[in-house]
Design a protein around this ligand. Structure first.
Ligand code: ATP
Ligand code: MG
Length: 746
């Protein structure tokens, strides 16, 4: 009752239920709030922060608060400030693990051999550095792909394993031990260049805080941080956990909130075990469970529970809500992806008519490529949307690259597009060559494409570069000739294969690569809805022009991973089909563990909804030009029947359809035709045997000339501004008139 009287004194406490209030007011000692989605964990954390400040138990600078994203940190700041009537709450340590550690490490960098202005390497640089080291060490980088090796090192860092621990903690295979050595050199090199990677931010701080010979840093933080608070604790990795535990040893006032059912970052090293053994790790820990959900209707909660109940090894908790049953969850089966997007579009408009704000509507996809169809639909309907946490489909790097190939095929004078992909995949065409090509184009008023055609008829370029460029031009010529003879989606697939662009991503071992390949395949699938290549490219140009309106309401489109911690009145969950969700890749890589993480993702998805949840699956999807039949996700079967209304346009077994170019293989067979290249005419003035070059010098057959690269020689033939010259030393070469000077002028 004393608690209730407190509540009267502090208005922000009034709305809390008994358990929440207990959590807010338990300020001393370790506290874990372990509770399901929407039970107010984040709200408890925020209120507790405000309460600590308001009761003068600590200054803002004495509180360490960890959130999962920078955005969440910002929101928490605003909410606390709001609870305290707008009081500014600056100077506290609030942010993500990385942001907080980076700040700390700058202060103590010298203790790990860095200076405080150290650079934080981005992932590309990381891999580049490792690759250099591997080459020096004579490791075969074809067999041991640096990106993959980097991944192993990162996972070691997630587990706080410094190089000296590898081989000791790891019952190391030979490969591990070798990599352990590389890891050691990599760390040394980082120090030498005064840099660290993301994993080091934590790792170095742990090293510093653990230093047995000098405890001053640890003591300083013990003295400073009176309270430590952590949101989304279920997704912390070992290194993060160790860092927290070291810091918490001082005040022992650590409060973590989380939900074991929402651990969805195992693939990035998160250990759900951290939350399960909190009581053991922090002596005298109090655990508070919250069971009332304030977010969703009972139908939504029961549906989510029905799914997650299929996971083993959970703590198990059931939620209730006093906001009534609400409407049933709609499960809708549709013919295909286009129908799915159309239906979602209609429902969104329907919700709008019922008074839902677009800001409170979200489409949560499992995988990035799924956004395309919804984006297209929303654009068509004029429904404003934003892709949160990622680029819009046509703005993604790999899509822009693929579009560049198509644009050059369609329109050879598209210099920007050609420049974009001329060296992608890598063709050893560097900036100097590109500059030379442009320079040549400027001189003769050629587009980049024609400048290449022209210049490759000479020996001005290094033979390797020349060969590569000629091959590329040949390819474009052939592709161009196919425009009228081949279905444009098929052609696009062919271009992506033949150019090596698709292979580039297939050989890329970064975690993003599979998503990029999916996006490319989705691009091909999507093209089939258009009449021609031209038609499609026009459509894309219009879509890209359709910028965010900036102000006003919009529907959020994002991945399930990105939606953690958020809530919306209405949530659309598309693509609940086996292989897509649960994701085949995740199951292939991690078996049952992978499947269970997928199921937690389903739980996260459903529990984002306050009032309405719409799940959809389709009978067939067009994947890279082929119709592929799909089976409804097992998670749909796991939904309790009572809370769900199934609507389907077809039998649940799914119905296949075939398209006019359905083929069994990935790549449609194509009649390859060699194409005669048309060579552009040079604009310079000439008559047989005589030419005036760009510098105004008259050049004649038989003339003795000097060329910077090939030296002295005699002109034996003139073809436009291209000259065949018999060089004294280099032999017969074809060069450009602008590169030579009459010998008597040297
Ligand atoms: P998640 O697991 O998804 O992160 P959570 O447990 O952090 O969820 P919150 O986001 O804190 O839950 O709360 C969910 C919703 O319930 C929010 O809109 C919050 O304002 C509201 N809420 C929480 N507690 C109460 C309460 N005591 N009274 C009214 N509304 C509440
Ligand atoms: Mg939360």
């Amino acid at each position: 009752m004393q608690e209730r009287s407190q509540a009267a004194e502090y208005p922000y406490l009034t709305g809390l239920n008994t358990e929440q209030l207990a959590a807010v007011e338990t300020m001393d000692g370790p506290l874990l709030v372990l509770a399901g989605a929407g039970t107010g964990k984040t709200r408890v954390l925020t209120t507790r922060l405000a309460h600590i400040l308001n009761t003068g138990r600590a200054y803002p600078s004495q509180i360490l608060a960890v959130t999962f994203t920078n955005k969440a940190a910002q929101e928490m700041k605003e909410r606390v400030s709001g609870l305290l009537g707008g009081m500014p709450v600056d100077g506290w340590a609030l942010g993500t693990f990385h942001a907080l550690c980076a700040k700390m490490l700058r202060r103590h960098a010298d203790r790990v051999g860095l200076s405080s202005n150290f650079t934080i390497l981005d992932p590309d640089d990381q891999v580049r550095l490792l690759k250099q080291i591997m080459e020096v060490e004579g490791v075969d980088t074809k067999k041991w792909v640096p990106k993959v090796m980097m991944g192993v090192i990162e996972r070691w860092k997630d587990r706080a394993l410094t190089p000296d621990k590898i081989g000791m903690d790891e019952v190391g295979e030979m490969a591990d031990r070798k990599l352990g050595k590389l890891y050691e050199i990599y760390q040394r090199r980082l120090r030498e260049i005064n840099a660290c990677d993301f994993g080091d931010l934590l790792l170095h701080m742990i090293t510093i805080l653990r230093d047995p010979t000098d405890r001053s840093v640890l003591e300083e933080y013990h003295h400073r941080f009176r309270y430590i608070m952590v949101d989304e604790y279920q997704d912390t990795n070992v290194a993060q956990y160790l860092w927290l535990r070291l810091l918490a040893q001082g005040s022992n006032n650590i409060c973590c909130v989380g939900d074991d059912d929402q651990s969805i970052y195992g693939w990035r090293g998160a250990e759900v075990g951290n939350i399960l053994k909190f009581e053991q790790d922090f002596n005298g820990a109090k655990v508070i469970r919250l069971e009332q959900n304030y977010r969703s209707t009972n139908n939504i909660l029961k549906a989510a529970h029905g799914v997650i109940a299929n996971n083993e090894g959970r703590l198990g908790k059931e939620l209730w809500s006093d906001s009534g049953d609400g409407e049933k969850i709609i499960v809708r089966g549709l013919w295909d992806g286009e129908a799915e997007a159309r239906w979602v579009g209609e429902e969104v408009e329907q919700l709008q008519r019922k008074g839902f704000s677009l800001d409170s509507v979200a489409v949560l996809v499992r995988t990035g490529f799924q956004t395309r169809e919804f984006e297209e639909r929303f654009i068509k309907l004029g429904v404003p949307y934003k892709v949160i946490g990622g680029a819009r489909f046509y703005e993604r790097l790999e899509i822009r690259d693929a579009l560049a190939y198509l644009r050059v095929t369609m329109q050879k004078a598209d210099d920007l597009a050609l420049e974009r992909i001329i060296n992608t995949p890598k063709r050893a065409i560097g900036p100097a060559t590109i500059a030379a090509l442009y320079e040549h184009g400027r001189k003769y008023q050629f587009c980049l494409h024609d400048a290449i055609l022209d210049l490759t008829q000479t020996d001005e370029l290094r033979p390797k570069v020349k060969g590569t460029l000629m091959k590329l031009m040949d390819d474009f010529g052939r592709w161009r000739s196919l425009i009228d003879n081949m279905h444009h989606a098929e052609l696009a697939a062919l271009i992506l294969e033949e150019s090596g662009y698709m292979r580039m991503w297939q050989e890329d071992k970064t975690p993003e690569a599979p998503g990029r390949i999916e996006n490319l395949k989705e691009l091909i699938s999507g093209m089939q809805e258009y009449e021609s290549l031209q038609n499609f490219l026009e459509h894309v140009a219009l879509v890209l022009e359709n910028q965010d309106s900036g102000l006003g309401e919009f529907v959020s489109i994002m991945t399930l991973h990105g939606a953690k911690g958020l809530e919306f009145d209405a949530v659309f969950l598309p693509g609940w089909e086996e292989g897509l969700f649960p994701s085949q890749r995740s199951m292939d890589e991690n078996g049952l563990k992978g499947l269970e993480e997928e199921r937690r993702l389903a739980y996260v998805g459903i529990t984002r909804a306050k009032k309405r949840a719409f799940l959809t699956f389709v009978g067939s999807r067009r994947i890279y030009g082929n119709w592929v039949n799909s089976i409804p996700s097992r998670f749909i079967d796991e939904l309790p029947k009572v809370q769900v209304e199934v609507q389907t346009e077809m039998g649940l077994a799914g119905a296949g359809r075939s398209s006019h170019w359905d083929s069994s293989g990935l790549m449609p067979r194509v009649q390859k035709r060699q194409v005669q290249m048309r060579v552009a005419k040079a604009p310079s003035e000439y008559s047989a045997g005589k030419v005036i070059n760009a510098d105004g010098v008259v050049i004649e057959r038989g003339m003795r000339v000097f060329h910077n690269k090939f030296g002295y020689g005699k002109i034996i033939h003139i073809d436009g501004h291209k000259l065949d010259i018999a060089f004294d030393k280099a032999g017969k070469k074809r060069v450009l008139d602008s590169f030579i000077k009459p010998a008597d002028q040297i």
